[in-house]
Ligand binder design. Structure first.
Ligand SMILES: [Zn+2]
Length: 310
């Protein structure tokens, strides 16, 4: 199984300050774990910067400019909201994060890889069409989905999201488009407050499975087995994009779900099976959250290990 690992060192230079959970050590921990012998088969690729054209398929020009034109001095940063920071290195990091997700689509569509893991930051699933928020600047997974339609002529694209937080941004971008499908499990109530089961999109193309604080891996697996995976199979996407956040782990400090590393392996195997069934095997996974460094590294490794299985 050929799996691409797409990343860029510019993603380490998005400087959120000394106490921010969304720190560059997150990405370092993942990349260190993926240096193990079993991962030497990964095809390592540099994430290119996204183009304005690619970003514009999701974010209106005026909003894009309001972010791309920010220019904090070295060592300084601008707060876009109480959680979301823009430093001197953030522009390049955000362009590479979105561009990495786009490159993942190109990899699986060109066929030189069947699956891709895009290890980048800042994350993307909270970024709405016209609002950066929740550590996220651009909607990386949604930009990748739009690219798959525009560049490769695909029609039906699914983004599935097992981050502990609801991907309000992806939902905001997808809800009005019947050809775009978004499914999410997440803690509820929790940040950002969206993601009730009643939020269904224009054509039932949004499916939310809220989980109460304290829910464990069994509840998570039940939600996916009974609600999210059946809906995803009914939608029958031509390409599967994964918003891979690992902050539902029981060790994560930002939320109160109680998943174990094995649960991330399980959902990854389920999603690989969906991609095999509907998408010619094509799966692009993009990093979202995960804030306990050890749990993040182990869970991301379990995820990539599943992507490497035939
Ligand atoms: Zn999260």
């Amino acid at each position: 199984m050929t799996v691409a690992l797409i990343t860029h060192e510019a993603c380490l230079a998005h400087d959120t300050g000394p106490w921010h959970p969304e720190c560059s050590d997150r990405l370092r921990a993942i990349l260190r774990a993926l240096e193990a012998e079993e991962f030497q088969v990964l095809l390592r690729e540099q994430a290119p910067p996204a183009t304005i054209e690619q970003l514009s398929r999701v974010h209106p020009d005026r909003h894009l400019r309001s972010i791309l034109d920010l220019s904090p001095a070295p060592g300084e940063s601008i707060a876009l909201d109480p959680d979301t920071v823009f430093s001197a290195g953030s522009r390049e990091a955000a362009l590479r994060a979105a561009g990495g997700a786009v490159h993942g689509v190109d990899a699986v569509m060109d066929g030189w890889a069947q699956r891709a893991f895009v290890a980048v930051r800042p994350p993307g699933h909270h970024a709405e069409r016209e609002r950066a928020m929740g550590f996220c600047l651009f909607a990386n997974a949604a930009i990748a989905a739009r690219h798959a339609q525009a560049r490769w002529g695909l029609r039906r694209i699914a983004v599935v999201d097992f981050d502990v937080h609801h991907g309000n941004g992806t939902q905001d971008i997808f809800a009005d488009h019947a050809d775009l499908f978004y499914a999410s499990s997440h803690q509820f109530p929790c940040y950002p407050g969206t993601g009730a089961a009643s939020e269904r999109g224009i054509a039932g193309n949004v499916v939310n499975a809220p989980l109460p604080p304290g829910a464990n891996g069994a509840a998570f697996r039940t939600a996916w087995s009974q609600i999210l995976l059946p809906a995803l199979n009914r939608f029958a996407p031509e390409l599967l994009i994964v918003s891979a956040g690992f902050d539902a782990h029981k060790s994560d400090p930002l939320a109160q779900l109680r998943l174990e590393t094995a649960d991330f392996a399980w959902i990854s195997e389920q999603l690989v099976a969906v991609a095999t069934r509907h998408c010619g095997g094509r799966l692009v996974s993009v990093l979202e959250g995960g804030y306990d460094l050890d749990a993040l590294a182990a869970s991301a490794a379990a995820h990539v290990r599943a992507l490497l299985q035939n």
